[in-house]
Design a protein. Structure first.
Ligand SMILES: Cc1cc2nc3c(=O)[nH]c(=O)nc-3n(C[C@H](O)[C@H](O)[C@H](O)COP(=O)(O)O)c2cc1C
Ligand code: SF4
Ligand code: FES
Lengths: 177, 421
C-alpha cells in the first residue's frame, strides 16, 4: 500500500488551510458528522466516516477537502494525507461514473476470474487503474470482496454482481451504457 | 443436525425487527439484562464458544479479561471486516439475520460493561452495511439501543464504522487503529486490547459469527451449546466453501463434522468434470492440504491441526487438478504484499520480495535457487513481526512447497548453469 506521490506537488499546508476555510458539506452530511462527533470519544476518530461523507459528495477527495477534514477532526493535514493514502478505497483523483472492481483473488481465480478480467478490459478498453477519457468508466482489479462462494464476482460502485460468466459481465456493462 | 446460527435462516421476515421478535428474538438480551454481567460471562464460558474470526480464543474467557473498576470507559468492537480470501460467512449473517448479530453484540456489550460499541464493517460491503445500518436505526427507534434498555437502567450506544479497503484492519489492533481515525496499523501486544485497546481503554474485539451465537447460548444455556461438537471444539461453525465444488455456499455444521461429508453432501461433490487436488480449510492464510488428507479429517480445531493445517475462519477453498499451484501461490503472495501495512521490515520486505520471486517462478523465469530463497524468507517472516500477517504468507509458502513441490520444480531450471546465468 504505497502512496501515489508521483503527480503531487509540494503542498503549503497553511495556504491550503486558509483557502478552504469556508468549505462545508451539504447540510445533511454536516448534521451526520455532528451527530457522530457527539457519539465518538474524540473528533479524530470520526475521520474515516468524514472522509466517506466527502467522497460520497464529491466523488473523490481533493487536497482542499483533506484540509477541510483536518480542521473538522482537529488533526494535522499530514495525518489526513497519511490516512487517505493508506486506505485503497479513498480516491485521490476522480474515478469513472461507474467504478468497476473485478476480484482477482484465489476463489474467483479458480472459478474463472481471468476470463472476466479479460472480457471487462476489452469491453472498456481499460487496464487496472485506468479511467476512460469520457469519465464514464474506471477499472480496478481488487482483492477478495468476500463473495467467494458466489465467485467470480465484480462490483460496480456499490453493487456486487455474482456468479459471472465473461458474457454476463459484458452484458451488465452494456446495460449501464 | 442442530443449527444455532442458521436456526431461523430463510424464515419470512426474520431480517426485520418484528420477524426477529416473532422467532424469540430479544428474549436472550432481556434475560441477560436480568443477570449480573459476570453471570453472562460465566454462561458464555460454559458454552465453550471460541472466537470465529480465526484465532479461536475462548470468547467468555476473553470477556473476563476486562479489568474491573478502572474508571475508564470500556469499548466493544464488532469485527465485520471479513477480508480473508475464501471467507464470506459474516456477510450472510449480517444480510439475513441482522438482528441476531446485533442482539449478540448488545449482550456482549452488557457483559463487558461497554457503553459504546463500534460495528467495524469493511468498506466494500454494500448490502451488509445498509442492512446493519437500518437495523441499528430501528433498534434506536425501539429503544433497544439507547438509554435504559428494556427498563434495565443500562445505557448503550452503537455506531457503524465503515472501513475503507485494507485487509489489515481485520487484525484486531489494526481495527482499533482504524476506529481511532488512524492508518490501520496493528499495535504491539501486550498490552492486549482487553486491558488497553481503543482510546487506551479496555476493549473487546469479537468476530460477527462469535457474537451471533451468543443469543442462542443464553436462550438454551451454555451447557446445551457445549453438548454440540466435540470434546474441545464446542458448538457449530459456519464454513464458506468456494472453488471447485458443485454447490459453493455457506453451511453450518457441528464441529467435528467430516470434511468429506461437507464437500460431498452439502456442496454436492466436485464441480462437474473436476478432480480435487487440494483444499485450504480455513481461509487463505492457513496451510494447504492435499485433497485426500483434507477429505479424511474432521472439521474441528484439533483434527484440522493434527492434519497439518488450521481451522482459521472456516473459509474452505477447494482446488481442482486443472489449477496450477505456483499460480495460486503467486496470487496469494501478491495479496499479502499488497496488504502488508509496512511497519515491520520482515513483513514489508518479505512479502514484496517473496511475491516477486513467486511471480517469476509462475512466469517461467525463475532461478533454481528461488525455492530455497523463498523458504528462507518464509522462515524469517515467522514470529518476527507485530501481527500475524507475515506468518499468513509464510504458511502458504511452506505448505504449497511441502505438498506440491514438483509443480514448482517443473517450472524451474535444474541448475543455475542450465539457464546460463
Ligand atoms: C492479518 C489478519 C487479518 C484478520 N482479519 C480478520 C477479519 O477479517 N475478521 C475477523 O473477525 N478477524 C480477523 N482477524 C482476527 C482478529 O485479529 C481477532 O482475532 C478476532 O477479531 C477476534 O474475534 P474472535 O475472538 O471473536 O474471533 C485477523 C487477524 C489477522 C492477523
Ligand atoms: S506483520 Fe506486516 S501487516 Fe502486521 S504489523 Fe507488521 S508490517 Fe504490518
Ligand atoms: S476471492 Fe473473489 S470474492 Fe473472495
Amino acid at each position: 500500500m504505497q502512496p501515489d506521490i508521483q503527480d503531487q506537488a509540494v503542498i503549503d499546508a497553511d495556504e491550503l488551510m486558509a483557502k478552504t476555510a469556508g468549505f462545508k458539506l451539504s447540510a445533511e452530511r454536516e448534521a451526520m458528522v455532528d451527530d457522530l462527533q457527539s457519539r465518538y470519544p474524540n473528533k479524530k476518530a470520526t475521520l474515516l466516516p468524514l472522509l466517506w461523507a466527502i467522497q460520497e459528495q464529491e466523488g473523490w477527495i481533493s487536497r482542499e477537502w483533506m484540509a477541510y477534514a483536518a480542521r473538522r477532526c482537529e488533526v494535522p493535514l499530514s495525518h489526513v494525507l497519511g490516512v487517505v493514502t493508506f486506505y485503497t478505497m479513498y480516491h485521490q483523483k476522480p474515478v469513472g461514473k461507474y467504478h468497476v472492481q473485478v476480484c482477482r483473488n484465489i476463489s474467483c481465480h479458480i472459478r474463472g476470474a481471468t476470463g472476466i478480467i479479460d472480457a471487462v478490459e476489452r469491453k472498456l478498453g481499460l487496464q487496472h487503474g485506468g479511467v476512460s477519457a469520457c469519465g464514464k468508466w474506471s477499472l480496478e482489479h481488487v482483492e477478495c470482496l468476500a463473495g467467494c462462494s458466489w465467485a467470480p464476482v465484480m462490483q460496480i460502485n456499490r453493487t456486487l454482481h455474482e456468479n459471472l460468466s465473461p458474457d454476463q459481465a459484458v452484458k451488465i456493462l452494456d446495460e449501464l451504457e | 443436525m442442530t443449527k444455532v446460527l442458521f436456526e431461523h435462516r430463510g424464515k419470512k421476515g426474520v431480517d426485520t425487527f418484528a420477524g426477529w421478535e416473532a422467532v424469540g428474538g430479544f428474549q436472550a438480551l432481556k434475560r441477560a439484562l436480568k443477570m449480573k454481567p459476570e453471570e453472562v460471562i460465566e454462561e458464555v464460558k460454559a458454552s465453550g464458544l471460541r472466537g470465529r474470526g480465526g484465532a479461536g480464543f475462548p470468547t467468555g474467557v476473553k470477556w473476563g479479561f476486562v479489568p474491573k473498576n478502572t474508571g475508564k470507559p470500556i469499548y466493544l468492537c464488532i469485527n465485520a471486516d471479513e477480508s480473508e480470501p475464501g471467507t464470506c460467512k459474516d456477510r450472510v449473517l449480517m444480510e439475513e439475520l441482522p438482528f441476531m448479530c446485533l442482539e449478540g453484540a448488545l449482550i456482549a456489550a452488557y457483559a463487558i460493561g461497554a457503553k459504546l460499541a463500534f460495528w467495524y464493517i469493511r468498506g466494500e460491503f454494500d448490502l451488509s452495511e445498509r442492512v446493519i445500518r437500518k437495523a441499528v436505526e430501528t433498534l434506536r427507534e425501539k429503544g433497544v439501543i439507547g438509554k435504559n434498555v428494556f427498563g434495565s437502567g443500562w445505557d448503550v450506544d452503537l455506531v457503524v464504522h465503515r472501513g475503507a479497503g485494507a485487509y489489515i484492519c481485520g487484525e484486531e489492533t489494526g481495527l482499533i487503529s482504524s476506529v481511532e481515525g488512524d492508518k490501520g496499523q496493528p499495535k504491539i501486544k501486550p498490552p492486549f486490547p482487553a486491558v488497553e485497546g481503543a482510546f487506551r481503554c479496555p476493549t473487546i474485539v469479537n468476530n460477527v459469527e462469535s457474537l451471533a451465537a451468543v443469543p442462542w447460548i443464553l436462550n438454551k444455556g451454555g451447557a446445551t451449546y457445549a453438548a454440540l461438537g466435540t470434546e474441545k471444539s464446542k458448538g457449530t461453525k459456519l464454513f464458506s466453501v468456494s472453488g471447485a465444488v458443485a454447490k459453493p455456499g455457506v453451511y453450518e455444521v457441528e464441529m467435528g463434522y467430516p470434511m468429506r461429508d461437507l464437500i460431498m453432501n452439502e456442496c454436492g461433490g466436485p464441480q462437474a468434470g473436476k478432480t480435487l487436488k487440494a483444499i485450504i480449510p480455513g481461509g487463505s492464510s492457513v496451510p494447504v492440504l492435499p485433497a485426500e488428507t483434507a477429505l479424511g479429517m474432521n472439521l474441528d480445531y484439533e483434527s484440522v491441526q493434527a492434519a497439518g493445517s488450521l481451522l482459521g475462519s472456516g473459509g474452505v477453498i477447494v482446488i481442482d487438478e486443472s489449477q496450477s499451484m505456483p499460480e495460486l501461490l503467486a496470487i496469494l503472495g501478491r495479496f499479502y504484499a499488497h496488504e502488508s501495512c509496512g511497519q515491520c521490515t520482515p513483513c514489508r520486505e518479505g512479502t514484496g520480495w517473496g511475491s516477486r520471486l513467486l511471480n517469476r517462478i509462475d512466469d517461467g523465469g525463475g532461478k533454481s535457487e528461488d525455492m530455497v530463497t523463498l523458504e528462507r524468507i518464509a522462515r524469517f517472516m515467522t514470529g518476527t513481526t507485530i501481527c500475524f500477517l507475515a506468518s499468513s504468507m509464510a504458511m502458504p509458502i511452506q505448505s504449497f512447497f511441502k505438498h506440491f513441490r514438483h509443480e514448482f520444480e517443473a517450472l524451474l531450471p535444474a541448475t543455475t548453469e542450465a539457464r546460463g546465468d
